[in-house]
Design a protein around this ligand. Structure first.
Ligand SMILES: NC(=O)c1ccc[n+]([C@@H]2O[C@H](COP(=O)([O-])OP(=O)(O)OC[C@H]3O[C@@H](n4cnc5c(N)ncnc54)[C@H](O)[C@@H]3O)[C@@H](O)[C@H]2O)c1
Length: 246
């Protein structure tokens, strides 16, 4: 069991990669707090895991809801070892200069991760350390023709915030790394990447010739969350079938 006796929070855990990650962490011995805004789905995933899991409502943009999440975690499981900042929205939109999209995507994808680290780091320091895994994207490295620049900016912010906090709290044994998925099953909020024609083109551009599987991202997060990665901080794992290597 690679996460025996650890306590983890996974945001955006009502479905997709977050749910997959929460289930994998629980299988590896962690107690897991699942957080999301889609309560019915999140509660169902927590029920499926069993009594080592707890669901808590969280809008990642709301500082008070983060406080409540941390309190619920400490109340139920006594400490916090791992935070996976996975919640996010997509931003493939016909108006590439939409200000509304910029505001919304930066709020959820970038500020949400900032608030998560702000709330988790003090608890981890008290506890002698911890591991934070921030889910960015290949969009945190390069631009894409159909993606609003706000998405790239938000995921680039996640990549650099990760390094800042890693450097600032390394002496407290708080490790912080980012994971960068490539083309995966479409997000709930994604219209364009779910379109079969668009998807065919995206997949053609991947050296491995296929989309990624959510388990492949969850496995990268598991490694970074675990003590196997004890000397790894401030860096990235790209899970993209070779896309960025071109
Ligand atoms: N699917 C992809 O192709 C892909 C590729 C690269 C990176 N990513 C990133 O991976 C992460 C997970 O994406 P996914 O594919 O599982 O998508 P998803 O849409 O299935 O899951 C995202 C989850 O985040 C939750 N969420 C959204 N806004 C929230 C908020 N304000 N507060 C709390 N929860 C909120 C949603 O309810 C949802 O359950 C995201 O950060 C995404 O940007 C996805």
């Amino acid at each position: 069991m690679r996460l025996k006796d650890k306590v983890a929070i996974v945001t955006g855990a009502a479905g997709g990669m977050g749910a997959c990650t929460a289930k994998l962490f629980a299988k590896e011995g962690a107690k897991v707090v699942l957080a999301d805004m889609i309560d019915a789905d999140g509660q169902a995933v927590a029920r499926e895991i069993g009594n080592t899991a707890l669901y808590q409502h969280l809008d990642v943009t709301q500082e008070s809801e983060w406080s409540a999440l941390i309190a619920a975690t400490l109340n139920s499981f006594g400490k916090l070892d791992i935070l996976v900042n996975n919640a996010g929205i997509s931003a493939s939109h016909p108006d590439l200069f939409s200000t509304d999209i910029w505001d919304r995507v930066m709020d959820i994808n970038a500020k949400g991760v900032f608030l998560g680290m702000k709330m988790a780091v003090p608890e981890m320091r008290k506890n002698g350390g911890g591991s934070i895994v921030n889910i960015s994207s290949i969009s945190g490295f390069v631009g894409q023709r159909i993606v609003h620049m706000g998405y790239n900016a938000s995921k680039g912010a996640v990549r650099l915030m990760t390094k800042a906090v890693a450097v600032q709290f390394a002496r407290d044994n708080v490790r912080v790394n980012s994971v960068h998925p490539g083309v995966m099953p479409p997000m709930r909020t994604s219209k364009l990447t779910g379109d079969p024609e668009v998807r065919k083109k995206l997949i053609n551009a991947i050296p491995m010739g296929r989309a990624g599987r959510i388990e492949e991202v969850a496995n990268a997060s598991l490694f970074l969350a675990s003590d196997e990665a004890s000397y790894i901080t401030g860096t990235e794992i790209v899970v993209d079938g070779g896309f960025l290597a071109q």
